[in-house]
Design a protein around this ligand. Structure first.
Ligand code: NCC
Length: 277
């Protein structure tokens, strides 16, 4: 029964072909000249994938003292989130970064120094901001949660050859719909976390992915991030984001040994190209 459940979930996700980035062809972006601003090639073609093996590294404090760095770096591509550093934490999180999924706070809040931090250089960047559930892009452009548009335009002009995409809000809300339709409880109407977004993104461009510390290991802790001294259990279970339900769904879809789940916080997922429905 659980095998059938897993297959159903994976097929549902695959068949929805969720991954979508802004192409600049819809209003208001078309009139603003965004077709010239966004990268010519779609994300799936621009990267040097499809990657055979991928690692998704959650930013959870529990990854500290995991010594997973070498294992993580052995993957063809590594995805990290927001401002999560590798410097100084190589032994636990590795040093390779291929893609970074960033929320719009990173681009809007001067604290993150998006324009000049080396964290955002020489890698593929995928940014998101939720936009209204209605899908009205005009409304979104006028009032995003955090203004990512200004920084995007500047960054594209400064580094036109960098692969830098903005996720289409429809991707986020379609993903939310799938989460709700597979959850008995009412999921609160907030966008999925960067973690869940990143996992689905990697399923679209990798043959196989290992996800670390998204499902908590035995090291689970209230330490929010491995890179800062801030404690809040909501970081792992969610308050704003429906993180708890995301984790239940990912667990239902993955393969893992209980031992590796406990010691490494590791679960494995097939890429969409590998799923036969
Ligand atoms: O914390 P954050 O996420 O950057 O973490 C990235 C992803 O890792 C997973 N995670 C993190 C911590 C933890 N203890 N357990 C986890 O499983 C989650 O899947 C998470 O998505 C975000 O999703 O974008 C988020 O961003 C932060 C913050 O904006 C950035 O770190 C930039 O400073 C949000 N925090 C706040 O707004 C205060 C967080 O809610 C979600």
């Amino acid at each position: 029964k659980t095998q059938r459940d897993k297959k159903n979930l994976l097929c549902q996700l695959k068949q929805h072909e969720l991954l979508r980035t802004l192409t600049g062809s819809e209003e208001p972006f078309a009139s603003l000249g965004w077709q010239k601003l966004v990268p010519h090639q779609p994300l799936e073609e621009a990267i040097s994938g499809p990657y055979r093996t991928c690692a998704v590294v959650s930013s959870a404090g529990a990854i500290l003292n995991s010594s997973l760095g070498r294992e993580i770096d052995s993957h063809d591509a590594v995805l990290r989130f927001n401002a999560a550093p590798t410097e100084g934490y190589e032994n636990d999180v590795g040093s390779k970064t291929t893609i970074r999924v960033i929320n719009s706070q990173i681009m809007a809040d001067p604290l993150h120094r998006f324009a000049d931090s080396h964290l955002y250089e020489n890698i593929t960047l995928v940014a998101w901001d939720p936009g209204p559930y209605s899908g009205n892009l005009e409304k979104w452009y006028k009032s995003p949660d955090h203004d990512l548009f200004t920084a995007y335009i500047e960054h594209r002009k400064r580094s036109p050859s960098q692969h830098f995409y903005i996720l289409h809000p429809a991707f986020l809300w379609n993903l939310w719909d799938i989460l709700q339709s597979n959850t008995e409880e009412n999921v609160h109407p907030n966008p999925p976390s960067s973690g869940f977004i990143g996992i689905i993104l990697m399923m679209s461009i990798c043959e196989n992915l290992d996800v670390y510390e998204f499902i908590p290991s035995k090291r689970h802790t209230t330490l929010c991030h491995y890179y800062e001294q801030y404690h809040d259990f909501a970081c792992t279970l969610g308050a704003y984001h429906p993180l708890f339900y995301e984790k239940l769904l990912i667990r239902r879809m993955s393969t893992f040994s209980l031992d590796e789940l406990k010691t490494k916080g590791k679960v494995t997922l097939p890429g969409f190209s590998q799923i036969k429905c």
